[in-house]
Design a protein around this ligand. Structure first.
Ligand code: PLP
Length: 481
């Protein structure tokens, strides 16, 4: 039983956590320990998480933006119960799935009218893979174009488009692709000029670092792509369904006729993986061009009744609770309040975002610049937010010290205020004793590495196990999305 009296199927929480640390990802387990996140979340409700020690925390990460409707939204939970109770089989494949049809219709009602067909996926990166195939088949061109600092996923095709070298190292040659600076139309025009590019794949707001292009960038990119015979593939995996204060951030920026759109995260309700690729019919037809090509792209797990039910319920909640408008309103309030903190804190740099995708840059206090601790104190900042402010946030890039907030869109104004208070408090700790705070956080991280796990389990991995090399505090934790 876990602390809430629910029976777990095969193990108890402590055993499961111990096994996960040892068998699944020992290195990430160590990073989690370093960051005071070596805990098991036992409950989630709305924007709130509760851990195995009964500590309640406001979730401003929101499952990397997937928990749009909040954790365990009752409408979503009910829909999943109903889907199970209905007794329909999943993954039969030789039959016509009505829930998938209903979801496809709903998605196309929401999407720009240039899109006519839907293929369901289990993740965002999988959607990008199909988008690449559709574009290459349609244009007959090999090259792909994406943006510096873009993130499109970890499978090898999507990775070829991802503008972060550490993610690509050691994996050999990836698909032929080029990159242009995000937001720079002249570079885009030059890159398209050889007319060899199948697709320009772009996020309307770059999730990593929350980078916004100049207004109208996507509308003009669409025009340039059209002129060059290149498909515009918009990656709305993170931005879609209200995250940025509009149903789709691409459309809000004037690109209202994309050739392919990839969505995922929010559709899952944070519970069941699901994504979709929406495409023009003639683009889709170039891949699925005949009966013997009807299954040239597919997946065992796609369009399962549970995934389809989850997504349909999420879209209902987004509509009924007006989450798109809410995201615009509360996102603006969050940014405004964070900007106001700049008057009191030297360590607060840029505040930016759209809707409830918001980031702040931390400015290293002078004594720390260029020192070992400068890469660690952003982590110490989010640790302070968690420990003292009770808010879970993430550092997206240890080099630029950007802290990102993507809370569920069901967040209440008072909960937005709580994020602001936690930021204020953590900034105050930096301003109040830059070097001391950082060094004490460094000490805390070192202690975290040495201490035993909260469940009292020995965390030293077996001899020769993957995690047996000690992680030194100097190794900054990896950046996350
Ligand atoms: N595209 C964007 C813009 C993303 O933010 C992500 C994930 O963070 C992906 C693609 C990959 O999605 P997934 O993690 O579901 O594979």
């Amino acid at each position: 039983m876990n602390p809430h009296g629910r029976a777990l199927p095969a193990t108890d929480d402590a055993d499961g956590a111990r096994s996960w640390r040892e068998l699944v990802n020992p290195r990430w387990a160590r990073v989690l320990r370093l960051l005071d996140c070596d805990r098991t979340w036992t409950r989630g409700e709305g924007v709130w998480l509760e851990d195995d020690h009964g500590r309640r925390v406001l979730d401003a990460v929101g499952g990397y933006g997937a928990a749009t409707v909040g954790h365990n939204h009752p409408r979503l939970v009910q829909a999943l119960h109903e889907a199970l109770d209905a007794g329909a089989p999943g993954m039969v494949h030789f039959g016509v799935p009505p829930l998938a049809g209903a979801l496809a219709r709903r998605l196309l009602e929401l999407a720009p009218p240039s899109l006519h067909r839907v293929y369901f996926t289990n993740s965002g990166t999988e959607g990008i893979e199909l988008a690449i195939k559709l574009a290459r088949a349609f244009t007959g061109r090999p090259a792909l174009l994406s943006c510096d600092h873009a993130f499109h996923g970890f499978t090898t095709g999507a990775l070829a488009l991802t503008g972060h070298d550490p993610y690509r190292e050691r994996f050999g040659d990836l698909l032929a692709s080029r990159r242009v600076p995000f937001g720079d139309l002249d570079s885009l025009e030059r890159a398209l000029a050889p007319r060899d590019v199948a697709a320009f794949v772009v996020e309307p707001v770059q999730g990593k670092g929350v980078k916004l292009p100049p207004p109208g960038y996507l509308a003009e990119a669409q025009r340039l792509c059209r002129r060059a015979g290149t498909l515009l593939v918009v990656d709305e995996v993170q931005t879609g369904f209200g995250r940025c204060g509009s149903m789709f951030a691409t459309v809000a920026d004037g690109a209202d006729e994309p050739d392919v759109m990839v969505v995922s995260k929010a559709l899952s309700g944070g519970l069941i993986p699901v994504g979709a690729v929406l495409a023009r019919d003639r683009v889709w037809n170039a891949t699925f061009s005949s009966i013997d090509r009807a299954m040239v792209h597919s997946s065992t797990f796609h369009q399962s009744p549970l995934a389809m039910s989850a997504a349909l319920a999420v879209l209902e909640v987004v509509r009924e609770e007006q989450l798109v408008e809410r995201s615009a309103r509360l996102g603006a309030s969050l940014r405004l309040q964070l900007e106001a903190l700049r008057q009191h804190h030297r360590s607060l740099g840029d505040v930016r975002g759209k809707g409830l995708m918001v980031a702040i840059d931390l400015v290293p206090p002078r004594p720390l610049r260029g020192r070992l601790e400068s890469s660690l104190w952003p982590q110490s900042f989010v640790m302070t937010m968690l420990d003292e402010g009770g808010v879970l946030a993430q550092v997206v890039n240890q080099r630029s010290a950007t802290v990102k907030f993507t809370p569920p869109l069901v967040i209440e104004p008072a909960e937005v205020d709580r994020i602001v208070r936690a930021v204020d408090q953590a900034l105050g700790r930096i301003d109040g004793g830059a070097l001391g705070t950082s060094l004490s956080a460094l000490g805390r991280m070192a202690r975290n590495l040495l201490r035993r796990s909260p469940a009292g389990a020995a965390t030293a991995p077996r001899e020769g196990a993957a995690g047996s090399r000690p992680v030194t505090p100097a190794a900054a934790p990896p950046s996350v999305r």
